[in-house]
Write a protein that binds this ligand. Sequence first.
Ligand code: T5A
Ligand code: NA
Length: 218
Amino acid sequence: ATSSSSSRRGAFIVFEGLDRCGKSTQVDRLVQRLDRDGHKARLQKFPDRTTAIGKMIDAYLQSKAEMDDHAIHLLFAANRWECAAAIRRDLENGITVIADRYAFSGIAFSAAKGLPFEFCLQPDTALPLPDITLYLTLPPAVASQRSAFGVERYETVAIQTAVREQFGLVANEVKKRHGDGKWVEVSAEGSIEEVEERIWGLLEGMISGGVDGRIGEL
Ligand code: T5A
Ligand code: NA
């Protein structure tokens, strides 16, 4: 049977990477490009700091509140679950959903603090599976020249080094469970425009053609 274009759903695209690698810059540019082209797309930031749970996460990240490591891990996951139905609905309606961080950050940051990897995976299980995750990479020396870390929790070289290591384990897990194509490393070196074109080259086909088949689960 041939599938009509109306049976194709929107693509679920996730951007991941260490702090200050340029994710938000690239996500904004991608959404602007799609808007210009008249393509239906929506940006979803994680954490979504606008919800009640998101406000608790925001206070924690700004060190205005302290929290047990397990408790904050569960709140980050709960923050994704409260957005999951809307993501699903939009994808089914043909809208491309572009997420600035997702469950993979949740796992990598909490595991870097020393929580067991298996515990970290659990609360995000069965969330919508991204069709592709682009992991932006930047050599530490280049990153440190770009701009100083901000004041939020986790923005230190020692923590970022530990998080990078955990992202490597997350990448292996994603490829093992869902296939090599689901996790793609992209160099974030070069000008903003160069990185934008690199990313567009990887995503153009998937976004303009839409995606066939049902939405997977993490
Ligand atoms: N977290 C998150 C968890 O612990 N668990 C979870 O489940 C989740 C979802 C907040 C923190 O929460 C943690 C991870 C984070 O530590 P956030 O709100 O996404 O996450 O905040 P950050 O990711 O920290 O945002 P960043 O500040 O790291 O920045 P980006 O988005 O990576 O980078 P961006 O685009 O803001 O760029 C940084 C700077 O570099 C410049 C930009 O202009 C900007 O000044 N820049 C470039 N300069 C030169 N060349 C280029 N190509 C450039 N691209 C950007
Ligand atoms: Na950001």
